[in-house]
Design a binder for this molecule. Structure first.
Ligand SMILES: [Zn+2]
Length: 138
């Protein structure tokens, strides 16, 4: 992780304690103190993109939280930040499953599992998540 001083934009920065669960840094160039992201899970753009995708697919904040391990409050703030509005999903029913690769192949072998639905497969760590949406039967 490279840290840049927000004041003088130099990279001459050292860690200087933790304040309110955030890492504090000191810029050796201009002696400015600043804090950055929370310690623990690094949230990168990958998670933001995934969260927005899942939201558009009709998942709730809580479901996305469970899948990504990112708090629903954070997810909600991203939805607002990017001004994401999802269309109504009244005719669709969304489900998701997490598979190992071999399980995924078994699932795909059966045509009945694919018919009449849309699928998105996305990588999560060493597994794959499949989001499936089907029309409600009338
Ligand atoms: Zn500085």
């Amino acid at each position: 992780m490279s840290n840049i001083c927000p004041k003088c934009l130099q990279e001459n920065v050292v860690k200087s304690g933790i304040v309110k669960e955030r890492q504090r840094f000191l810029c050796r160039n201009c002696n400015y103190y600043f804090t950055v992201k929370k310690l623990g899970k690094q949230i990168d753009d990958y998670y933001v993109t995934k969260a927005l995708q899942l939201y558009l697919e009709g998942l709730s904040y809580r479901e996305i939280e469970r899948i990504l391990g990112v708090s629903h409050v954070t997810i909600s703030s991203w939805i607002k930040k990017y001004n994401i509005k999802r269309p109504p999903h009244s005719e669709f029913h969304t489900t998701y499953k997490v598979f190992k690769q071999s399980e995924l192949l078994d699932f795909m072998k059966l045509e009945d599992n694919l018919k009449g639905s849309g699928l998105i497969i996305t990588e999560f760590g060493d597994k794959y998540m499949m989001i499936k949406w089907e029309r409600f039967k009338k």
